[in-house]
Design a protein around this ligand. Structure first.
Ligand SMILES: NC(=O)c1ccc[n+]([C@@H]2O[C@H](COP(=O)([O-])OP(=O)(O)OC[C@H]3O[C@@H](n4cnc5c(N)ncnc54)[C@H](OP(=O)(O)O)[C@@H]3O)[C@@H](O)[C@H]2O)c1
Length: 268
């Protein structure tokens, strides 16, 4: 039975990843589901158990290093091995830097999006080496092409890429693979829950959400990448194209990035 740890499993992409892993592998998978909301994790766990998976719920704040260690310890105590760690927990933030008075939430975002993944990965490393396992980092297209209003969020995702790209090379001799996923705009509540300039939940999205990718499609693409041990999963044709365009015409990419924002949240 393969053992998969999934952070940010209480909602959005993480919850869908858990359900699809259970549907794909049934009794062949043990899932360790982590996030802060225990009640929502239990609901996701019930769906996964109904599909035949063994599930352990581990309430975790990935912004706290001791919680990350406890998560990995709990997985080992329960199942004795770790085959995959999916670092998916994350939050969003949207504000122009000039509108931010207190940068405290920039640090919080870094602790959740970057350090949470670093702490979980560090604690899981010996176990992943033993199993010649798989690491997944859920980054973002905003970690390839920086977006205005995203000086906090894009920074966390660029940093995440640097960490996992370096680690990929270190782990290759041990047979551990690193898959970095770059979703575009996916239909979840992330932007509503994300920080506004004052560090409160934004309650609205600053992006044009038309054409957002269904969460089911995003989760399927990530799991296909995990299964095939792909080095990266860049979602949407626009995402793949912008990566190349950035090399050839970076100024044009800046203008396109600006267009992704709704008019009322553009730089003034
Ligand atoms: N949706 C998109 O358009 C999109 C695009 C690109 C990349 N992504 C990335 O995809 C990942 C998942 O996003 P999503 O859209 O599924 O967001 P979501 O619907 O808001 O879900 C976020 C998940 O992360 C968990 N989480 C947040 N803070 C946490 C913390 N401190 N400790 C532990 N868990 C925490 C949340 O659970 P609790 O609140 O219960 O802790 C929830 O389960 C994120 O890394 C995000 O940056 C999303």
């Amino acid at each position: 039975m393969q053992v998969v740890i999934l952070t940010g499993a209480s909602d959005g992409i993480g919850a869908e990843l858990a359900r699809q892993l259970a549907a794909r592998h049934g009794a062949g998978v043990a899932l360790v589901l982590a996030a802060r909301s225990a009640d929502k994790l239990e609901q996701v766990a019930a769906d996964c158990r109904a599909a035949g998976a063994t599930v352990r719920v581990q309430p975790t704040d990935v912004g706290v290093q001791a919680d990350c260690r406890r998560l990995i310890d709990a997985a080992i105590q329960a199942f004795g091995r770790i085959d995959a760690l999916i670092n998916n927990a994350g939050m969003s933030g949207h504000a122009l830097l000039e509108d931010v008075a207190d940068l405290g939430w920039y640090e919080d975002l870094m602790r959740i999006n970057l350090w949470g993944a670093v702490w979980c990965t560090h604690a899981a490393l010996p176990h992943l080496k033993s199993s010649r396992g798989r690491l997944v980092a859920v980054s973002s297209l905003a970690g390839i092409v920086a977006l205005p209003g995203r000086t906090a969020y894009s920074t966390t995702k660029f940093a995440m890429n640097g960490f996992f790209e370096a680690l990929r090379i270190e782990l290759a001799p041990h047979g551990v693979t690193v898959t970095v996923a770059y979703p575009g705009v996916v239909a979840t509540g992330i932007r509503l829950r994300g920080y506004d300039a004052a560090g409160h939940p934004a309650g609205k999205s600053g992006l044009d959400e038309r054409g957002a990718m269904p969460v089911e499609v995003c989760a399927r693409l990530i799991l296909d990448g995990l299964q095939a041990r792909r080095r990266e999963v860049v979602m949407t044709a626009q995402g793949k194209f912008s990566r190349w365009l950035k090399l050839l015409a970076p100024g044009l990419v800046d203008r396109l990035a600006l267009k992704a924002l709704k008019a009322d949240v553009r730089p003034h």
